[in-house]
Design a protein around this ligand. Structure first.
Ligand SMILES: Nc1ncnc2c1ncn2[C@@H]1O[C@H](COP(=O)(O)OP(=O)(O)O)[C@@H](O)[C@H]1O
Ligand SMILES: [Mg+2]
Length: 352
């Protein structure tokens, strides 16, 4: 009898604690899939081994990565699912300083819809591992929650034993070891924090005891350590999601999503750094304008700021003279930068 092997592996897509994920061709259905080879933490225990697959299956939703099937492939337990060529938010963060605000908010709102779907399931499914590498980017550039390797149903009790990625573990998990909907909200808050600030400002604490202490005291993540373009409203939403007291957080995924959906972004900024110059490039759809703010360390400890703008229809930037300065001390530069990024048309920096 002719035997066709079900999959041909094309390349490796990623790896985490629970599996290696390959891009593969399904030779029978003639389509590409993401094939996740499950690392066998529960070999010979078919109920537990494929739990992740069953959660992903019962939670079919447009903001949850779609699973096709699960089974043994070449002697190994595998699940296969839709292949998302844009990868994860973690992959995206590798190439940029941070994700621009409008896009970051959209991804998080999408992931919150997926999370709400899991939390609203009759058996109340907690994800327990929300982080940028577990949110994938769909083909319409939407966010999709993925990797249910640590998910668990907590039912009416509303609590389950809690573990997860240490940077995203809520303070109460360090104290009482319990996961809940609110620890998922916390992890989503830390995810948002990382998307808008970038990883560079994030993973600096690697001693677990020090980290645990800082998380419980609310010192990590640094509630004041936002990049200068992040407006107050988003800082307070993020800080609310990561409040150390669970009852002061958003109490549900839709609560957090609705708060984010109300935010108006005046100018959406990106940052690139080249040869000692930081270039903030902003776009305002409403005003149909682009902005450019160049920051450079000149002689000694003094900075220069050069602000300019153009109409979207024009190629030429014009200087906004009142926000161009030389010889600024670091603190003055930071103050001017925050002002300019919050409203480049209205802000007027005085001479320092
Ligand atoms: N469906 C998919 N399409 C494309 N890439 C994927 C897909 N699933 C996973 N990946 C990549 O593989 C990585 C690890 O997958 P994940 O399911 O999170 O495994 P683990 O449980 O080991 O963390 C992801 O962060 C992502 O980069
Ligand atoms: Mg993962």
């Amino acid at each position: 009898m002719l035997r066709v092997s079900k999959f041909t592996v094309i390349e490796r897509l990623g790896e985490g604690n629970f599996g290696i994920v390959w891009l593969a061709k399904d030779n029978i259905l003639e389509r590409r899939v993401a094939l996740k080879e499950l690392k066998s933490h529960a070999a010979h225990d078919i109920v537990n081994q494929y739990r992740e697959a069953r959660y992903q299956d019962i939670l079919a939703h447009e903001h949850i990565v779609k699973i096709f099937d699960a089974g043994v492939v070449d002697g190994k337990p595998c699940i296969w699912m839709e292949y998302l060529k844009n990868g994860s938010l973690h992959d995206r963060l590798q190439h940029v300083q941070f994700i621009p605000l409008k896009q970051a908010i959209r991804y998080v709102c999408d992931a919150l819809r997926g999370l709400d779907h899991a939390h609203s399931h009759e058996s109340v499914i907690l994800h327990r591992d929300i982080k940028p590498s577990n949110i994938l980017i769909g083909n319409r550039n939407e966010g999709k929650l993925s990797d249910f390797g640590l998910a668990t149903a907590c039912g009416k009790m509303g609590e389950a034993s809690g573990y997860g990625y240490m940077y995203h573990m809520a303070p109460e998990m360090y104290a009482d070891g319990k996961a809940s909907k609110l620890t998922d909200i916390y992890a989503m808050g830390v995810t948002l924090y990382r998307l808008i600030n970038g990883n560079a400002l994030f993973e600096h604490e690697d001693n677990e005891d020090v980290l645990a202490e800082n998380v419980q005291q609310g010192r990590f993540p640094d509630r004041k350590g936002y990049r200068p373009h992040v407006p107050k409203q988003i800082r307070s939403i993020t800080n609310r999601a990561i409040r150390t007291e669970p009852d002061k957080r958003f109490q549900s995924a839709p609560d957090m999503r609705r708060a984010l959906e109300k935010v108006h972004i005046n100018v959406d900024w990106q940052l690139s750094q080249q040869r000692g110059v930081s270039a903030w490039i902003g776009s305002s759809e409403q005003k149909r304008k682009d902005y450019r703010v160049l920051i450079q360390l000149a002689s000694g400890d003094y900075w220069s700021i050069e602000t300019s703008c153009r109409r979207k229809s024009s190629s030429e930037y014009r200087r906004i003279r009142r926000n161009c300065h030389r010889n600024l001390k670091t603190l003055d530069m930071m103050k001017v930068l925050r002002g300019v990024l919050s409203d480049p048309d209205q802000y007027e920096s005085t001479r320092h």
